[in-house]
Design a protein around this ligand. Structure first.
Ligand code: ADP
Ligand code: MG
Length: 356
């Protein structure tokens, strides 16, 4: 059991600061996902926790003790990388046993741990194989197994699924979710740029952008109550539509001439009010009830649903996710509406204006 606490953590490479003051408290047993665009500092932050990079400033505590100067192998941490980093000349068994041999664990205990882990990850039939005789998904399971046998207090994953093809990615994601249930006392920190992985695995998501935290919250909190435009557009797919709106006489005036009631909480925002609506919260309505009208551009058919691009004003394209049965045709007019509870509002600084 180990909680992890970051206080004003900073990291510079030469003159460039890439981690810019991170405060975060991770209670024991929590599954936390760091998500953010490529280059935002996710891997660096994970490597600082693992001890693979030196912390430039701030304090890292594990189990309530400062560990800034503690070497990686004494932190009670195991890490799984994107590139599995298995020993090619060793069998699956020896790869999983390697860390335990180094730790001079008695042979019977070592054997029991490796076999128990192999069972858990469905690798029992492959223990005598070499890594190159395995599929990508199996190799990643061996890498995960190697980390599990070390019985870490804190488990770190850096984009472990990104080298797998789509089907294997889903299957391995489900295995990691099972792993989380099988190891409830283990703190897990998981890095990904993939918001679906973040949404499906996390107890809590930390959204990072350019070395800073944008928001921390449960997947549903981030989806329903994003703190700012960045989070609003990062979580959810396709991204939330966000554009400037005018207000007059307690009404919202949309590009293209549509209107809707202006909720009271958005009335004091001043002149730079922006409106946000998720594609899945737009629906086709009768012309008389439409908040938005415009010409259909591209239609992407996904099977059950279709993504429709609609130009509602000069250069303003609204993306709507509608039922695949839609009558919408490229070049034809379409009328879209939404329910008031699904509207988001943002101020001039990109901050969400929360409903009371
Ligand atoms: P992410 O994992 O979110 O894609 P990284 O943590 O790998 O991002 O990188 C964050 C930033 O730090 C990037 O601009 C990257 O180029 C830079 N960076 C990472 N490692 C080093 C290093 N060893 N030396 C110099 N710059 C680095
Ligand atoms: Mg990375």
């Amino acid at each position: 059991m180990a909680d992890v606490r970051l206080t004003q953590i900073r990291k510079s490479f030469g003159a460039v600061e890439v981690i810019k003051g991170i405060d975060l408290d991770i209670p024991s047993g929590e599954f936390v996902v760091f998500v953010g665009p490529s280059g935002c500092g996710k891997s660096t932050l994970l490597r600082l926790i693992a001890g693979l990079e030196e912390i430039s400033d701030g304090t890292l505590e594990i189990r309530g003790e400062r560990v800034n100067e503690v070497p990686p192998d004494a932190r009670g941490i195991a890490m799984v990388f994107q590139s599995y980093a298995l020993y090619p000349h060793m069998s699956v068994y020896d790869n999983m046993a390697f860390g335990l041999k180094l730790a001079r664990l008695p042979r019977s205990e070592l054997d029991a741990r490796v076999r128990r882990t192999a069972e858990m990850l469905q690798l029992t039939d492959y223990l005598n194989r070499r890594p190159k005789q395995l599929s990508g998904g199996q190799r990643q399971r061996v890498a995960i197994g190697r980390a599990i046998t070390r019985d870490p207090d804190v488990f770190l994953f850096d984009e472990p699924l990104s080298n797998l093809d789509a089907a294997l990615r889903v299957a391995t994601r489900i295995e990691i979710a099972n792993l989380k249930e099988a190891m409830p006392g283990t703190t897990m920190i998981y890095v990904t740029h993939d918001q679906t992985e973040a949404m499906t695995l996390a107890d809590r998501i930390v959204v990072l952008n350019a070395g800073r935290i944008e928001q921390v919250g449960s997947p549903m909190e981030l989806y329903h109550r994003p703190a700012n435009v960045f989070v609003a557009q990062f979580i959810g797919s396709p991204a939330m539509n966000v554009f400037a709106v005018e207000c007059a006489d307690g009404r919202l005036c949309f590009p293209g001439g549509g209107a809707a009631a202006l909720p009271t909480h958005a009335r004091n925002a001043g002149s730079d009010l922006r409106f946000g609506i998720r594609p899945e919260h737009l629906r086709e309505v009768e012309a008389g009830e439409a908040a938005f009208r415009g010409k259909v551009g591209n239609i992407e058919r996904l099977g059950e649903q279709a993504i429709v691009h609609v130009e509602i004003g000069k250069g303003i394209v609204l993306v709507a996710k509608v039922d695949n049965e839609t009558e919408a045709r490229k070049g034809a007019e379409i009328h879209l509406g939404f329910e008031a509870t699904h509207a988001h509002f943002f101020d001039a600084e990109d901050r969400a204006i929360a409903a009371a």
